[in-house]
Structure formats: C-alpha cells, structure tokens
Design a protein around this ligand. Structure first.
Ligand SMILES: [Zn+2]
Length: 66
C-alpha cells in the first residue's frame, strides 16, 4: 500500500487528497479531497468501499496550528 502524501490529488478535482478509499475485490484505490469524499461517502460505503487512509487523522497533523 502506498502512503497518502501531500502531492496526492483528488481523483475528481485538483485539490489535495485527504482520503484514500479501497475496494478489496477490485484491488482499486481512489483518492478524494474532503469535499468529494463527503459528496460520495454514502455511495462509496454502500458499494463496499472502505477508507484506508485519511491525511486529516495523521498524527503529525493533530494539534497543528491552523
Ligand atoms: Zn475533489
């Protein structure tokens, strides 16, 4: 599994990807920005996709000054 980094882009737009989702039976991963993840989350979960990585939950981001 590759690691989601700051250079990864959303598969739907040019924004930085903050969520990576995976569907095991397709061996496929998609990256989403927060906006497109929220737009698609219900459909993704209903279709069996799971979140494998979230940049927002990365330890180095917790407590970072905003
Ligand atoms: Zn996007």
């Amino acid at each position: 599994m590759t690691t989601l980094t700051a250079v990864d882009r959303c598969d739907r737009c040019a924004a930085a990807a903050v969520y990576r989702v995976r569907k095991a039976d397709l061996l496929l991963e998609l990256d989403f920005c927060g906006h497109h993840f929220r737009d698609n989350a219900a459909d993704l979960y209903a279709d069996g996709w799971v979140v494998t990585q979230s940049a927002l939950a990365a330890p180095e981001l917790e407590g970072a000054p905003s």
